[in-house]
Write a new protein. Sequence first.
Lengths: 245, 442
Amino acid sequence: MAGLELLSDEGYRVDGRRAGELRKVRARMGVFAQADGSAYIEQGNTKALAVVYGPHEMRGSRSKALHDRALVNCQYSMATFSTGERKRRPHGDRKSSEMTLHLKQTFEAAILTQLYPRSQIDIYVQILQADGGNYCACVNAATLATIDAGIPMRDYVCASSAGFIEDTPLADLNYVEEAAGGPQVALALLPKSDQIALLEMNSRLHEDHLEQVIEAASKACKDVYAVLDQVVRDHVHEVTTLLGE
Amino acid sequence: MKETPLSNCERRFLLRAIEERKRLDGRQSYDYRNVRISFGADYGCCIVELGRTRVLGQVSCELVSPKLNRATEGLLFFNLELSPMAAPAFEPGRQSELLVKLNRLLERCLRNSKCIDTESLCVVAGVKVWQIRVDLHLLNHDGNIIDAASIAAIVALCHFHRPDVSVQGEEVTLYTPEERDPVPLSIHHMPICVSFAFFQQGTYLLVDPSEREERVMDGLLVIAMNKHREICTIQSSGGIMLLKDQVLRCSKITGVKVAEITELIQKALENDRKVRKEGGKFGFAESIPNQKISAFKMERAPVDTNDVEEQAEEIITKADPPSDVFAKPILRMPGTAQIGEGLENSWGDLEESEREEEEEGNSDDATTSEGQKMETEEINVVSKTKKEDDTIVLSDSEEEEVVILEPEERPKKTRTPTSAQQENSSSKKAFNKKRKKKRATP
């Protein structure tokens, strides 16, 4: 916070973006041949990898099976080399457990679980490089992986973070902006119906500004949706060309 | 111990009641339960009761060396424990999802919002700082743990006094409470969590859900705010889909609720301060009320029961008495019988149903008829009756006559409260048997 200007007078942020601009998104589907679905996404310097297995029979305790829907089992982990200092516990600590719960909640709402009773869908997400917006990159990667696995969903789930500095909402925060301690919102949205699958906010924000920030985050999610949709279409086009159809 | 599952009829009842804007304890949709705050004898100890949900909070402090990258800031730790005394479903030791969720929410609400001035906890920069621990224990679970826990945490922090320290050059002197009065912590603002429960895909909204309502809810939205209308945390959970206006509406409601609760907290703190200054009695022993009902004191029920009797009488007199049943069993062949015809469902009166019960008990071993298309799980009832009403026997049978034990003469149907229960229970059995019979006979 000391000496670092998050938003300059000309309206540029630390990395040269404008207030509502997203970082460059690069994504690839079908990265692993073994898994049912997989995807890799890069949002600026944040790199996330998602792998989906399923739907398959319940592994482990059959008692947890739901009689009318599929169980979504998530795991979020950060590689030990993903942060500036080596992380000693990649998963199992409180923050990772919380992220896992949020992922699970988001995808349980988005996947049409009623089509696969008594089965299990596994979503494993790994952060390879953390530069802010970890949760959002995970959700976007998991969306692509689920689509790659062919599991039916209500809509794409697109996530983006937003902040608020000097009366201006910022979209897609990076690590420096997150660490500065200002208010941050993480939003997971189903773009076509504008339904919020997950809303999370940290730090202090005055109630009057809440609407602006949510608006900025929604817009950023829709921008991400446009990119992801293009990625999916390109991938399908590529695969069908290779298959010779 | 595993949690007792909620029965379907209870779930339906709760959801129907919510659709009609009624809650089990008589509250309105946006009403909070009674909040009671009581303090212990030591500084930093408090119990918060939200309805019947009870949370105990205790703050303690210790001098430690600070974190390397934050040399001038004190340390804050929050810990919420769900003890098995709160609910049988909570097992000791195992870290469940709920525990992680609650702890993280509390941490974010209180630490990230910077409600405590951590710089003031510094004693010697880089060498010694205060470490403040807030331990919360859930004593009774009746819904909405997070609200009660956040109130307990902030009240305990406001109430806490740490020992006074003085620094002279390199020397640090820690004074005991006898030498110098302990010093309160410097708190910037008081964030309070407010929970909203959503039902029927977000159509209905309840503030401060009780335990039963929590079981049937679709999802939960927690908004933490302070009295200056600054939002400290928002967390949606449970997999519901929200719309932006729902979130904004909830934040407005939160503003109102937080103002009320903050006022309550200030009053409680003020009272405790006065009592301690004047040397009166303070502590838990004084604040736990006598729960007995005496001539002068009884806990007020939240639902208005003043004119229940008149209303009940009205309903009873207006309702029709149940119709009489003409019991003429028609025996088609050994193993099947038919009572009544058509779709009219007349619940039998007591003679009929009691007799059927006896018959079922006696003829449980009766063979199922091969001629009929029967579902295998149904029990056939051989209805050979020896009673006042006529029995139309369609086929010869040489089975022994059934002996009825205790064929009491029951009075004809009248609407009296005493026989109502028996009627209900036995007529249910009659209804089920009739249903089976109707399915059995072609």
